[in-house]
Design a protein around this ligand. Structure first.
Ligand code: TXA
Ligand code: MG
Length: 346
């Protein structure tokens, strides 16, 4: 079922991919493109190699990693059990931006699972990633290839900026397509639990397996999220960021007013909007993050947009918000984290 058979075959002849796969087998750190964001990979069975991921990223060690495979057949080598719902999801969404949390069989390095009884696994939908994984023939633990707390990298240049000098090789596959990370779903319970919204929408998942619960920790400050990574403030730009929500008209009026006030106080102001309204705002930096009528275009541009505010040393970022359905559910989850939960409702 894996596409690009011819392309992958050719990529497997590529000198750099072969070098990268050898580096992986020898315990090195390889940054590579996936369809979601760039990953920072190491051999998931090599305890020493996996620990260098945490050092390079400055990542807290209680945050487990996703294991990436190049072929579905390899899954049973690393998990203790594959429930029926997992089979259904794999059939429909792999390769693709869906990560399954399954009981592990103790064969991946303990730092990969951060001591949990489960392991997160996915097959990425990117020819370079697939060729690399198939050449390496080891499971590859890979978080997003950014310094911990920074927006995830959607271009090789973002990886370079965060991690040059800390990794062995960076494979440049151009800009990634989806732009937000994979959806993480725990299928160890009778009713599967969505732990992180991402590239595959909850509506699409429900179409395939019916009932899905959403981890309450995703929304509440009172309940700890079950996916350890969701508790950290992530994706944060350096400037102070506020989301503004309400009807499109009110939201835009308030952003316009707040921007004017802040600029009067000589603060450097940035506005995150979409193509439809870009020309209507005035600020030091107005960025159209895709088109509002195309959620996929907003997701694709999101992290690049957050990084651009940093590049221009923007002190105050005012962001439009989106109705939390489909891919916008994931976009809003990332925006809320970037803003540290700061939201103005109008
Ligand atoms: O799209 C993606 O998933 C990208 C690309 C590189 O594949 N990877 C990625 O990895 O986003 P990372 O490490 O940034 O996020 C992994 C998420 C974290 O929220 C982590 O807590 C969760 O998956 N996770 C990993 N293993 C888990 C487990 N056994 N149980 C629950 N959550 C887990
Ligand atoms: Mg990450």
């Amino acid at each position: 079922k894996i596409p690009w058979t011819e392309e992958i075959k050719q990529l497997k002849q590529n000198e750099f991919l072969n070098q990268a796969s050898l580096l992986l087998r020898e315990g090195g750190l390889v940054a590579f493109p996936t369809e979601t964001v760039y990953g920072l990979g190491a051999d998931a069975t090599n305890e020493q190699a996996v620990s260098t991921i945490f050092t390079a990223k400055g990542r807290p060690s209680d945050n487990p990693l996703i294991v990436h495979l190049g072929e579905v057949e390899q899954l049973s080598d690393w998990v203790a059990e594959i429930p029926d719902v997992a089979h259904q999801l794999i059939e429909r969404f792999w390769p693709g931006p869906l990560t399954l949390v399954l009981p592990h069989n103790g064969r991946v390095a303990s730092q990969v699972t951060a001591g949990l009884s489960t392991v997160a696994v996915r097959i990425p939908e990117h020819p370079v990633a697939l060729a690399l994984l198939q050449l390496a023939q080891v499971p590859v633990a890979a978080p997003s290839a950014n310094r911990s707390g920074r927006p995830s990298p959607t271009e090789a240049a973002h990886v370079w900026k965060d991690l040059s000098g800390r990794i062995d090789i960076l494979l440049d596959g151009g800009a990634t397509g989806v732009g937000v990370e994979s959806t993480v779903i725990d299928v160890t319970e009778k009713t599967p639990v969505l732990l992180r919204p991402g590239g595959v929408t909850i509506e699409e998942i429900r179409d395939v397996i019916g009932d899905v619960r959403v981890d309450q920790g995703l929304f509440s400050k009172m309940v700890a999220p079950r996916s350890p990574g969701m508790k950290y403030q992530h994706y944060a730009p350096r400037g102070e960021m506020w989301l503004v929500s309400g009807s499109e008209q009110k939201m835009r009026a308030r952003i316009t007013q707040l921007a004017r006030e802040a600029m009067r106080e000589k603060r450097k102001v940035g506005i995150l909007t979409t193509e439809e309204f870009q020309d209507q705002y005035q600020a030091d930096l107005v960025i159209a993050c895709g088109q509002r009528k195309e959620p996929a275009s907003v997701a694709k541009d999101l992290y690049h947009t957050l990084r651009r505010f940093d590049d221009e040393d923007i002190e105050l970022i005012l962001a439009e918000t989106f109705p939390e359905k489909g891919l916008y559910h994931s976009v809003m989850n990332r925006l809320q984290k970037a803003a540290g939960g700061k939201i103005i409702r109008v």
